[in-house]
Design a protein around this ligand. Structure first.
Ligand code: AHR
Length: 516
């Protein structure tokens, strides 16, 4: 924690000294001679909770809607998300998962109960339930991550849900699924045993939750060739004790343990900061708080390494992203927020961190997919806009399933002049075709970065790339101007002497394709 505070206090120094537009100089070493673990495609996962206008409006419009749809799911959102090759989608919460009873969401829609959504307000019609969610993941070609209810549910209810979804037997539950229109069982790859049990998921102590976890997990069964990976609800931020107790008591039954960390510009839940109205100080504070993800992962991984040195248990960062104050103006639903170039950098920094921790971080889900928090897509009636965060996910697709390549970044020879400015951040991977991809983020709001990159043990022959930047710190895509922030060809890479000279514009994300 002390290190986190020190990192934050250095922001004041950064804000004072790094005002000029001289390039920040850095050296990047891409350790192609020391390949690491496979970057699990599932770290590029998404999250869709029954919250605000995410499910209803954002995804589900119903079969009778004038908005073009496939069995009630809007086609424009499907097309946009389909392009990203989303590997996994978490549902139905979040906090909502802990009040959700799956039987409410099956059978004829007109007969489904209307209930209060006590987590996020409004009435839950249950029009979008298990069949609709499974249809969505199949249309997206993604794996299902279903989050179960521990706090207000029972092990029996959880076990029944899994049987309903995955059984091919002649049991009553499998036959009920068939009667409701789905003959074949679905695949459920991931199952979350509760959500945030230290808070909205029951306000439990880790010792108590560890016992509950074991009780519930005992009744999660594999059927046929479906293997359910059981995810224990883990800590938030620096609650290392939660991870320690849980893994000490229940490691044998855990396949993955989650961790939640949100980026708040101010770090203060009462006054988080605006999504769009911010200056250079909040830009820097936001990115510095994002970089804390690396230290948090190291902290939780150090505990896991003691109990599970073989790295069988994955760390699942299944909620991450920016969280701002409610927007002024018309109410666009709970936790709706705009998304700017700053969010693009937050996404890129987090994904780079996950890529670099590929050996342990094997699942991650940005919060959330549409119209809520750090969304990839915003909708308004029949309109849709792709956010800067969407474009980062598109650019970073190349890392999915590739081999992680370690990177080292050091300030260049003029570091002494830089007095605290933040060096570019990066990650790299090699795909199945042997192509190297290097993603680099220049966090400096006004200074370009000049990066000399070497491939240790290899020579670069050709490089091309894609760039995302914008004319202002808060450049954004709106329904009126949907293409203000879009990727463009990167022309700042030159191959020289087997290495690369890179000129990155200020506030930018670049993904390079390098052939060696
Ligand atoms: O993503 C919004 C909420 O944040 C989730 O419901 C909860 O798990 C977390 O606190």
């Amino acid at each position: 924690m002390r290190k986190l505070v020190a990192a934050l206090s250095s922001l004041a120094v950064i804000a004072v000294h790094a005002q000029d537009g001289t390039p920040f100089e850095a050296r990047l070493t891409v350790r192609v001679d020391a390949p690491g673990a496979i970057i699990d495609k599932n770290v590029y996962g998404q999250f869709a909770e029954h919250l605000g206008r995410l499910i209803y409006d954002g995804i589900w419009v119903g079969e009778g809607s004038p908005i073009p749809n496939t069995r009630g799911i809007r086609n424009d959102v499907l097309a946009a998300l389909g392009k990203l090759r989303i590997p996994v989608l978490r549902w139905p919460g979040g906090c909502f998962a802990e009040e959700y009873h799956w039987r409410d969401g099956i059978g004829p829609r007109a007969q489904r109960p209307r209930r209060e959504n006590t987590s996020w307000g409004g009435i839950e019609t249950n029009a979008f339930g298990t069949h609709e969610f499974m249809d969505l993941v199949e249309l997206l070609g993604a794996d299902a991550y279903v989050n179960g209810n521990v706090a207000s549910g029972t092990p029996q209810e959880m076990a029944d849900w899994i049987e309903y979804m995955t059984s091919d037997s002649g049991s009553e539950l499998a036959n009920l699924r068939r009667a409701n229109g789905r003959d074949r069982p679905w695949k459920v790859r991931f199952f979350g045993v509760g959500n945030e049990p230290w808070g909205c998921g029951g306000n439990m102590r880790p010792e108590y939750y560890a016992d509950e976890y074991k009780r519930f997990a005992t009744f999660i069964h594999d059927r046929g060739d479906n293997r359910v990976l059981k995810i224990a609800a883990g800590a938030h931020d620096t609650d290392y004790r939660w991870t320690e107790v849980l893994v000490a008591q229940a490691a044998k039954q855990i396949d993955a343990i989650s961790m939640h960390y949100y980026t708040l510009p101010t770090g203060n839940w009462q006054r988080k900061g605006s999504a769009t109205a911010f200056g250079e100080d909040e830009w820097r504070a936001t990115l510095a708080r994002t970089l804390q993800m690396d230290e948090l992962i190291r902290g939780h991984v150090a505990i896991l390494d003691r109990y599970d040195p073989q790295k069988r248990i994955a760390l699942a960062v299944d909620e991450w992203g920016t969280w701002y104050d409610k927007e002024p103006g018309p109410d666009r639903g709970a936790l709706y927020q705009q998304n700017t170039l700053r969010d693009a950098l937050v996404a890129a920094l987090n994904l780079d961190i996950f890529n670099r921790h590929a050996d342990r971080v094997r699942l991650a889900n940005i919060a959330q997919m549409v119209n809520v928090l750090q969304a990839l897509v915003l909708t308004d009636g029949d309109k849709i806009v792709l956010t800067p965060t969407y474009h980062v996910f598109d650019m970073y697709r190349v890392h999915q399933g590739a081999t992680s390549i370690p990177v080292e970044i050091a300030p260049g020879p003029r570091a002494a002049d830089d007095r605290g400015a933040v060096p570019p951040q990066a990650s790299a991977s090699r795909d199945a075709r042997g192509v190297l991809h290097v993603s680099i983020v220049n966090l400096e709001p006004r200074r370009p970065a000049r990066v000399h990159a070497d491939l240790s043990g290899a020579r670069a022959r050709e490089a091309s790339g894609v760039l995302l930047t914008g004319p202002a710190l808060n450049a954004m895509n709106t329904f009126e101007r949907p293409s203000a922030v879009t990727p463009a060809r990167f022309t700042g890479a030159t191959v020289a002497g087997g290495g690369l000279e890179l000129n990155l514009p200020p506030r930018s994300v670049v993904v390079l394709e390098v052939r060696d």
